[in-house]
Ligand binder design. Structure first.
Ligand code: PLP
Length: 383
């Protein structure tokens, strides 16, 4: 019989019972469903999910259950992960640089939409069925995101005009796409991109039926919640302004903002030195905290004793090292931790569903692998 893992009430209950000595992620499917519903209610178009942020089978199958039927994939490995979650899911293959073998894998997996940002890449797609959509990816030098994606992928607008004309002339379904950069806190980035999208279509003389506005939606940062609805409204208005009543169907493909809040990471304190100023955790930048290194903390951090009770003393800033023997394995900004934290306690970090387990290595024999399912995530219960 199929094994269905137990559902715990919250991370604290699980920690107190099992006292895990390896870092662990707590997953709340309920929170993931709520976030999916928020995107579906607010975004003025089709909501898809960028698999790379967290490709765990439980994430994909819960998104399918929440009504997400289209996935942004970047590799044959992600195609297989999506197929395992849903035999009928639609795939958009939006990694614009592909080997011939990857193109064949995309065709075999029935990819419905392909992005392209260079003529050399369009040439590789000759065998893609003409019923498919090809979305020309363009990039602008706009700011607003924590880091910009335009430096790696994306055609300049003039090249995009040329590519769009070629796509249409070859008989594919022409479309445009862009990605404003991850953790994009300024809706204006989308507004600028949408304005340029309408100019590209006009210059090319090509009518597109769909327009993919990428991911990049902000997740909580430093405990502040983003105003997703403001971004959704700005996108809807900019599309109407640029394209008029005949506007293309909008598509978004959030990764980070869809999944981040549905996971909380628990790392254990292995050692305290210098009167507690220096903390050694059992997870670090080669494990689930790589994104904290680059992006900062999503939310508040909680220290929980091994009996599940929250430490309540005032938080003080600490130097924080990960478990490996590499001296780079250190959080650049440290963490504020309750003054009464002890060795054997757990540090709970909410908002770590995106780019955590997906990027965790097994360097030095450490890394994230355990996940437990909970109803409530931490921060909702205090000792
Ligand atoms: C990474 C990526 C996304 C998701 O980005 P987030 O910042 O996590 O929302 C969406 N689309 C493409 C093409 C990507 O490469």
């Amino acid at each position: 019989m199929q094994h269905i893992p137990a559902l715990w009430h919250d991370p604290e209950t699980h920690l107190a019972r099992h006292q895990p000595d390896l870092p662990i992620l707590y997953f709340s499917p309920r929170v993931l469903h709520q976030t999916a519903a928020r995107f579906q209610a607010g975004f003025p178009g089709l909501v898809t999910y960028a698999v790379k942020a967290n490709p765990h089978p439980a994430v994909l199958s819960n998104l399918v259950a929440a009504g997400i039927e289209t996935f942004d994939v970047a590799s044959p490995g992600e195609m297989a992960a999506v197929r395992a979650a849903s035999p009928t899911a639609v795939m958009h293959y939006n990694n614009p640089v592909r080997s011939q073998a990857e193109v064949q894998a995309g065709i075999k997996n029935g990819v419905a939409s392909w992005s392209v940002d260079e003529l050399s890449e369009l040439d590789k797609l000759a065998e893609v069925p003409r019923s498919c959509e090809i979305a020309v990816r363009f990039a602008l030098p706009v700011s607003g995101a924590a880091y910009d994606f335009g430096s790696k992928f994306g055609a300049a607008p003039a090249e995009a005009v040329d590519l769009l004309q070629r796509v249409a002339a070859a008989g594919w379904v022409p479309s445009l796409c862009f990605h404003p950069g991850t953790q994009c806190e300024d809706p204006n980035a989308w507004v600028e991109y949408l304005g340029e999208a309408s100019r590209i279509c006009e210059a090319a003389g090509v009518k597109i039926s769909r327009l993919n506005v990428g991911g990049g939606f902000a997740a909580n940062r430093d405990g502040l919640a983003p105003n997703l609805e403001q971004a959704f409204d700005a996108i809807g208005q900019a599309a109407r302004r640029g394209f008029g009543p005949d506007q293309p169907l909008l598509i978004c493909e959030p990764g980070r903002a869809m999944v981040s809040e549905s996971f909380t990471l628990a790392a254990r304190i292995k050692g305290l030195r210098k009167g507690g100023d220096v903390v050694y955790l059992n997870d670090g930048i080669y494990g689930g905290l790589v994104d904290i290194r680059d992006m900062g903390l999503p939310g508040r951090v909680y220290v929980v004793a091994s009996n599940g009770v929250h430490r309540s003393a005032k938080a003080t800033p600490r130097v924080v090292f990960g478990p490996t023997c590499d001296s780079l394995d250190r959080l650049p900004d440290g963490l504020p931790l309750a003054q009464d934290a002890q060795v054997g306690d757990y540090v709970l970090m909410p908002g770590l569903g995106a780019y955590s387990s997906a990027m965790s290595t097994q360097f030095n024999g450490y890394g994230l692998s355990d996940i437990a399912t909970v109803i409530e995530l931490s921060g909702t219960r205090h000792g």
